[in-house]
Write a protein that binds this ligand. Sequence first.
Ligand SMILES: *Cc1c(COP(=O)(O)O)cnc(C)c1O
Length: 364
Amino acid sequence: MSKRQINVTQSFLPPFDEYAARLKEVWESGHLTNNGPNVLKLESDLKTHLGVKHLFLVNNGTIAIQIAIKALDLSGEVITTPFSYVATVSSLVWEGCTPVFVDINETDFCIDVAKIEAAITNKTTAILATHVYGHSCNVVEIERIAHKHDLKVIYDAAHAFGVTLNGTSVLNHGDISTLSFHATKIFHTGEGGALVTNDDELAHRIAYMRNFGHNGAEAFHGIGINGKVSEFHAAMGLCILPRMDGILSERKRVSDRYDGHLSTLSKAYRYDAAAQAGYNYSYYPFLLESEELLMELREELAKEKIFPRRYFYPALHTLPYLKSCSMPISESIAPRMLCLPLFTQLTDEEVDQICGIIKNCLEK
Ligand SMILES: *Cc1c(COP(=O)(O)O)cnc(C)c1O
């Protein structure tokens, strides 16, 4: 029997009958979108599950960032990280802001707070930082800097679903946190995302901005866009959310098994995201000694139909539509970082096989 292909992730899917039962209700109601009952229930359940005050579902994690930028009325320069998914930075440019990069830490790959203040100018309006691999940024220091310089803070929390800090959701930090519920994320709705805020006034702006700016059928509060979510997507979320405990424990199983094999290897650095209490096991980042070694390992794995991914590559300050600048840490990390396959359906035997290939490659 030929072995199956293993990708960096595989979407968790609920039992089909359970999803079909929800779809049947949608069919019978004829209510397909525009804040239907599945969307309202998922928003309410997510608020409870995550422990946050306001949460608005939107149709993807990128539109969530774009609405956050608009809701905070950002312009001028926004301080951000070169080590994130492209949507973090492209959203800023799309909304007419200028990204100003601050390099990352070598330890957790989040923005280096010690370098933020030097990048602030009289044009700076905000900080947009990413909780990389679900490891939270230094939110205390970012809050201190933002307060001192009167800046807004957005966290791209696409990796941070369910992550807690001192027992409460990391999403409670910053003016707005954004989530992605794309099929590759630990909690997903196929496509989807959300904005989270504790601020009532901002919540009101987000609510109308997500729906074209409508204030009733024939009036408008202000400018808006279509960020709405369909009942089909929300129904998927409702089937998956009650299963998150099981999903997390399976991901921890895989992650711990990798650790057992890989934590003592030389030529690679296993960064211990799970050392943070309240971690969500969203990724298994594996930092190689060199890019050559990464390429070699990738080739060996591909021969066995195993496909890890380079999250994140290339570093975002090198995007062709941006003015070039130098970010030494990101330039060093991005080419050497590989995220290993991590998903609930990955068996112990498959993890052992992947680790066997890695050991062969690194120890020769
Ligand atoms: C997935 C992701 C996004 C984009 O989310 P989409 O739902 O795919 O639009 C943004 N930022 C980060 C860090 C991500 O991982």
